[in-house]
Structures are given as structure tokens and as C-alpha cells.
Design a protein around this ligand. Structure first.
Ligand code: F6R
Length: 260
């Protein structure tokens, strides 16, 4: 695992954008997996700037999103469809036909999830998967107790996660109970993982994910088993890591060719 602690969320997001840009420059037909939520917003703003200034070309890129609410229409303002179009896809030169998003309105969810998995494989697998993390350690919407080998499927949100989403839906009572999410096994097949976390309320989940035991009770801890998982954190999210000063020293002393 590579743990990079930046002075703040702004510089962390700029670094994350450089990492994403590097992947696309090295492989113009890269397959990217995108997360939604508050955390990657600044990263997406940086990618938009790079693209609009002519420094990043999404024309060959294929994308998959991690998850979607079950039963929510694509144009619902809190849907992940709306989020991705508003915060990224409308503003970059990514061809529509290469955008794959989970359909929360699929009639036959079981066969739909199988098709989504097949589409990822047919595209050649995900080169870089961007992730946030829930306060309870979830990635995607793989809530605690998710199988570490799980595939794309329907999941039930925990009360904690629904509370965190209440503002997006104008109240807890409107937050869906069910989502479709890529599984932990699906995420682990990505060639590279970039997890972003900012703020004090992520500190405990980050410490358990990076330095705790690998356990289904902290789904992000499975990333300890991934050969190329990069965590980019601000100081608050890193504040419960026992080896924080070691991680900072490692990054500060990396050879330039290894930096993003
Ligand atoms: C979003 C997703 C979630 C979020 C996580 C953190 O597509 O899968 O795992 O990344 O809930 O959300 P924020 O960034 O809003 O704190």
C-alpha cells in the first residue's frame, strides 16, 4: 500500500488528478472506475480543468461507476447518474457510448448485475478504480459484513450510511434502503486502486482499513491484499494512523520518477 498524506484536501485532490492523468497518458484507452460522494468532487474539478485546458484527453477512455440506488430514476438529483453527469461527464470529452453506469431501475437485478460484471471484463477490466470510504469502512456500498469476495449485487444500506445520505434526499425517510454496488471481489480485480479520504470523521475508518486486521467488518481493509492500492489523505483523515510520520517520510524521499 502507498499512503500519501498531503497538507490539505485541495493539494490531495490535485495530486490525485495528476495520478489519474498519468494513467490516461500512459494508456489512452484506459478503463476507469468512478466513485460518487463529496470526497472526489475536487478531484473531478481538477480533471475537468486539465481536460478543458487541453492537457488531458478522455476520448479513448471507458468508465464504470461503482454503485447506484435501487428504484431511483437516472434524473433524480441524488442519483449517482445525475452526480456523474453534473460533476464530470458533461464537462469532459468522454464519448457517451463508453460511459457505463449501474442502472438502479434494472428489472431483473440478479441478471443485470451479471451483465455489469461481464461488461467490465469485456472492456478489459478496470485499470484504475477511484474510491471514497464510509465512516464504517465501506467501499462502494459494501457495508460491514460484506463478503470479501463479493461481486456486483444488491446490498442493504446500514442506518449509519443512510444517515450520512439524508441531506442528499431531503430527510432520512427518503433515503433508499437498497443499492446495487460492485462487490469487493470486483473492486479487487482493478489493476490499481486510488482511495481518497478527507476529514476527521474518516480517521477511524482509515486507521482500521490501513493498520487493522483484514476483516469483513471493515470492508476497505481488503485493500491490504491489493498489490497497487494508493491512499491519498489529508492530515485529519490520517490523524489516527500510528505510522503517519513514516508514511510522510517515505513519500517525501521517493525518487522523482515514482511520484505523481
Ligand atoms: C460512492 C460510494 C461510497 C462513498 C462513501 C464516502 O459512490 O461508493 O463508498 O465513497 O460513502 O462518501 P463521501 O465521499 O460523501 O464521504
Amino acid at each position: 500500500m502507498e499512503i500519501i498524506i498531503q497538507p490539505d484536501a485541495t493539494s490531495a485532490s490535485q495530486l490525485a488528478a495528476r495520478l489519474v492523468a498519468k494513467v490516461i497518458k500512459e494508456k489512452p484507452h484506459a478503463v476507469l472506475g468512478f466513485a460518487t460522494g463529496r470526497t472526489p468532487l475536487k478531484l473531478y474539478q481538477n480533471l475537468i480543468i486539465l481536460c478543458q485546458e487541453g492537457n488531458l484527453d478522455f476520448s479513448g477512455v471507458t468508465t464504470f461507476t461503482l454503485d447506484e440506488y435501487v428504484g431511483i430514476s437516472n434524473d433524480h438529483p441524488a442519483s449517482f447518474h445525475a452526480y456523474m453527469w453534473n460533476n464530470l461527464f458533461h464537462h469532459i470529452n468522454l464519448p457517451k457510448e463508453r460511459i457505463n453506469m449501474v442502472n438502479g431501475q434494472a428489472k431483473d437485478i440478479v441478471s443485470y448485475c451479471r451483465q455489469y460484471e461481464t461488461a467490465i471484463k469485456t472492456a478489459g477490466g478496470i485499470d484504475l478504480q477511484i474510491l471514497g470510504i464510509g465512516r464504517n469502512g465501506h467501499i462502494g456500498f459494501n457495508e460491514p459484513s460484506s463478503s470479501l469476495a463479493s461481486r456486483t449485487r444488491i446490498k442493504t444500506l446500514t442506518d449509519d450510511t443512510r444517515l450520512d445520505l439524508a441531506a442528499d434526499f431531503g430527510g432520512l425517510e427518503n433515503v433508499p434502503n437498497h443499492v446495487i454496488t460492485m462487490g469487493l471481489g470486483t473492486i479487487m480485480e482493478s489493476k490499481m486502486i486510488l482511495l481518497l479520504a478527507f476529514g476527521k470523521n474518516k480517521a477511524n475508518a482509515i486507521a482500521r482499513a490501513i493498520e487493522g486486521p483484514v476483516t469483513a467488518m471493515v470492508p476497505a481493509s481488503i485493500l491490504q491484499m491489493h498489490p497497487r492500492a494508493v491512499f491519498i489523505l489529508d492530515p485529519e483523515a490520517a490523524s489516527e494512523l500510528s505510522l503517519a510520520s513514516y508514511y510522510k517520510w517515505v513519500y517525501a524521499n521517493k525518487p522523482d520518477w515514482q511520484k505523481y
